[in-house]
Design a protein around this ligand. Structure first.
Ligand code: FAD
Length: 456
């Protein structure tokens, strides 16, 4: 029960990235935590899927991992990415640094390894993990959740005080909540999908291309990216439209994929020996943004992470944002008081943040696939770097605000918009920075941008 002197209890749905992290934060604070996960325990059988899929970890995520005591273990297998290595059509490459120096970088982490580490830490903190328990229905009046065991089809009923939905983009808890309340749910499909391929280690066992970078092959309406893994492989992700040419409609099998790579990603082709097999074996993943108006049902259920706000992956922030959600929700819950109020306050704080990063993630797709090799863009980026140096207290590239700092996403979004207007205005009619009137530029920056918030 939630009465003041009893040990509080909470039931989490999903032991993925957010579920395991939130379980740790609450169990460490003395809460009784039960976590129900649809799949089997990956610590017993190895991570399902078997493929190396990696994610970019940034400061927001690392901050949450530090609070959970997980940062050190995670960082031990992370690979530093200093910037984008852009691969042009003619084979030239160019490293565009993300930050000022090696203190401003992102980290490639193995999704499976990360999940294993977080599950172990959650269990060590005292959380009860229940595997093969897929949420199949909820009686919110009786506060009973039903779980199905996929091994034998058996059903299990469990009473709860409150449910937290950390069960990802296809959340079963969200579906159950949607049956009793209008969550204002809307999904916008991007019209593009992705497929994962692999670059194995080089003959000598090392990385076959620069390891400390996120590689991008921008090609206008589509692109490829590659992130390093600590076992010296790279996970390549091919993003293509669902329709048009080329698209997943025209690139249907391994031979089509080879022809596309020969034409558009020629320097990547020799690095992916199993291109045909990977392309035919791996499923194409859909990309969409999920918007909800409501994330909670009074004190009985709340959603976070992808279950509340799945986004397209182009800012590499979905997990980072989900981890920030966990910290915010844990803070609200640990402050005590009415749980319904805590859930409402969590939603008020995090819904605008989620909306902002969802919008920035969509914008970043255009930027990554289409603009990183464009002259106007490069001039604006050069001015951006210059202004960040001349006015560090007022001007910070949006990428840095999102990636290396923890100011609310909506603050980064708003400042980023104002900065972009300035960059466009100040570079209009110029081919290089040499012809700018720097006194006028400095005065404009001072007049138009207030000092950055303290966290920056
Ligand atoms: P998940 O990690 O999806 O976990 C959900 C868990 O719930 C799973 O374990 C699942 O088995 C379980 N579950 C599902 N249904 C049920 C049920 N009915 N009952 C019980 N359990 C259930 N983010 C980044 O920060 N950086 C990146 O570089 C990045 N790259 C990405 C690349 C791609 C191609 C994609 C698709 C996403 C990427 N993301 C990235 C986003 C990131 O993967 C998600 O935001 C993150 O996994 C969300 O965590 P979560 O815990 O909310 O959901």
């Amino acid at each position: 029960n939630t009465s003041a002197n009893a040990t509080p209890h909470i039931t989490l749905i999903g032991a993925g990235l957010a579920g395991a992290l939130l379980a740790t934060l609450l169990a460490r604070a003395g809460w009784r935590v039960d976590v129900y996960e649809k799949r089997g325990d990956p610590r017993l059988k190895g991570y399902q899927g078997g493929r190396s899929i990696n994610l970019a970890l940034a400061e927001r995520g690392r901050h949450a991992l530090r609070l959970a005591g997980a940062d050190e273990a995670v960082m031990a297998q992370a690979v530093m990415m200093r910037g984008r290595m852009v691969h042009f059509l003619d084979g030239r490459t160019d490293l565009q640094r993300y930050g000022r120096d090696d203190s401003e970088v992102i980290w490639s982490v193995h999704r499976g390894e990360l999940n294993l580490i977080l599950l172990q830490i959650a269990q060590d903190a005292g959380a009860n993990l229940h595997f093969h328990r897929g949420l199949s229905g909820v009686d919110f009046d009786a506060r009973i959740a039903r779980f199905r065991d996929d091994r034998d089809g058996s059903e299990h009923e469990v009473g709860f005080d409150s449910l937290v939905g950390a069960d990802g983009a296809g959340s079963a808890l969200r579906a159950a909540m949607g049956e009793v309340a209008d969550l204002g749910e809307r999904t916008e499909f991007l019209g593009h999908s992705y497929k994962e391929l692999e670059i194995p280690p080089a003959r000598d066992g090392g990385f076959s291309i620069e390891p400390n970078a996120l590689h991008i092959w921008p090609r206008g309406r589509y692109m490829c990216i590659a992130l390093p893994n600590d076992e010296r492989t790279f996970t390549v992700t091919l993003f293509l439209p669902n329709q048009g040419d080329p698209s997943f409609e025209t690139i249907r099998d391994g031979a089509d994929a080879r022809a596309l790579f020969q034409r558009d990603f020629a320097d990547a082709l020799p690095l992916i020996p199993e291109l045909e097999r990977d392309f035919e074996r791996n499923p194409a993943g859909l990309l969409a943004t999920l918007y909800l108006e409501r994330w909670h049902l009074d004190d009985r259920a709340v959603l976070l992470g992808d279950a509340a706000h799945a986004m397209v992956p182009f800012h590499g922030q979905g997990m980072n944002c989900a981890f920030e959600d966990c910290v915010a929700l844990a803070e609200r819950l640990l402050a005590g008081g009415d749980r319904g109020d805590a859930f409402a306050a969590f939603q008020r704080q995090r819904l605008p943040s989620a909306r902002a990063i969802q919008a920035m993630a969509l914008e970043n797709y255009l930027e990554m696939r289409d603009r990183v090799d464009d002259d106007d863009y490069l001039l604006q980026r050069a001015l951006e770097r210059e202004l960040a140096q001349r006015h560090p207290e007022r001007f910070m590239p949006r990428y840095a605000m999102v990636t290396f700092h923890r100011m609310p996403y909506e603050v980064a979004f708003d400042r980023g918009q104002r900065q972009r207007e300035l960059l466009v205005e100040l570079t209009r009619g110029h081919d290089s920075l040499d012809s700018l009137d720097w006194d006028a530029v400095d005065a404009t920056v001072r007049a138009r941008l207030d000092p950055l918030p303290a966290d920056a």
